[in-house]
Design a binder for this molecule. Structure first.
Ligand code: KG4
Ligand code: ZN
Length: 344
């Protein structure tokens, strides 16, 4: 039996978790920093890095105590090594390296995106490779073919904002607070999407990519017009995101080899309107749909420990000189998407 300690610190969540190769999440702990970032309406990298430095070691101590285990019970240490806000990534990675050195255990430097990408296999032991993955978070919107551990084909990415970024920015414009995704979803439940006309960027486009920046700009316009209730704008915004995601997935499905499973991961995957659309889409295509529970969709360390389990089983460990990477695409061979400031 393999037991791995996972550490996550790439954005504004510090987390530690102990996961076994039989998929038991032995312990997990998470310290959010929402209160610290709320006054700024978004994550401030310097504040995040300092908070990770405060929380990382105590959270490791907490999960070890909770699980009543000592260093000898752990087989390896998996820490997020990128992509993300570099100050925070360095804190978690250095914490992992220090423990690996002190306890004489192997280090596994985990790509945060691989953590999200493999999380459906932690949640559900029947999810087998290959599968199609919609990864929608605050920093990324990608459609990937997951072939195996470390083996990904990126089919689509965003040419501007990520889906979660669009939720967060729209929430800020609408005065719904931070973090935006859950606030927009709650407001949308009370609204009527048909009352506000918003664009669907790249709908029907002859390329696979996503785009959300135009949608956010349209939210600014309709909000400033003063003619619409906030909940109606929120409902219309959410329905536009749903339509865009659906259209883009259909575009890729029509062009790739048939694949029988679609999974969704990343913070935006906790949105119930998006989940409902995905379930419907997969039923139309006779595909299987699975999504991890919401807490495993947003950033957490269990998914990092699990990616560690999968990499460790494949004999993949890393040196103590592994450098933190602010950018780290899952598919190095993916053709660049058009547009300036494209996010990998
Ligand atoms: O995966 P995650 O926790 O962190 C990143 O790696 O980015 O994703 C956070 C993102 C935020 O943009 C947040 O607003 C969004 O996920 N999010 C949601 C919902 N819950 C979180 N977006 C839409 N609907 C939700 N219910
Ligand atoms: Zn994430």
């Amino acid at each position: 039996m393999t037991l791995i300690l996972g550490i996550e610190s790439s954005c504004d969540e510090t987390a530690a978790s102990l996961v076994r190769d039989d998929r038991t999440i032995v312990a997990h702990a998470l310290a959010g920093q929402e209160e610290r970032h709320r006054p700024f309406g978004g994550v401030v990298p310097e504040i995040a890095a300092r908070a990770h430095a405060e929380y990382a070691a105590p959270l490791v101590e907490q999960v070890m105590k909770e699980a009543q285990i000592g260093p000898n019970d752990i087989d390896a240490i998996a820490a997020t090594a990128g992509p993300g806000l570099i100050g925070g990534v360095m804190v978690g990675l250095v914490t992992g390296k220090a423990l690996a050195m002190a306890w004489d255990k192997p280090l596994i430097a985990v790509n945060h995106l691989e953590g999200h990408a493999l999380s459906p296999r932690l949640a559900d032991d029947s999810v087998e490779f290959p599968y199609l993955l919609l990864l929608v978070s605050g920093g990324h919107s990608q459609l990937l073919r997951v072939n195996g551990v470390g083996d990904y084909n990126r089919l689509a990415t965003t040419i501007d904002d990520a889906a979660g970024e669009a939720f967060d920015k729209s929430a800020k414009i609408l005065g719904l607070g931070f973090p935006g995704g859950p606030a927009v979803e709650a407001s949308a439940k009370l609204g009527d999407a048909s009352k506000v006309d918003l664009p669907r960027p790249l709908l029907g486009a002859k390329e696979p990519h996503f785009s959300f920046a135009g949608l956010k700009s349209a939210v600014v316009r309709v909000h400033e017009s003063g003619q619409h209730a906030v909940q109606d704008i929120a409902a219309s915004f959410q329905s536009a995101v749903v339509d865009c995601l659906e259209d883009r997935i259909e575009y890729s499905l029509a062009r790739i080899e048939p694949i029988n499973t679609l999974v969704v991961a990343g913070g935006v995957a906790s949105n119930s309107a998006i989940r409902a659309m995905l379930l419907n889409l997969t039923q139309r295509h006779d595909m299987r749909f699975t999504a991890p529970p919401p807490w495993l969709c947003t950033d957490n360390a269990a998914m990092i420990a699990w990616a560690g389990i999968e990499r460790f089983a494949a004999g993949l460990t890393d040196g103590l000189d592994f450098a933190a990477k602010p950018r780290w695409p899952l598919d190095n061979d993916a053709a660049p998407a058009r547009g300036a400031g494209v996010k990998a």
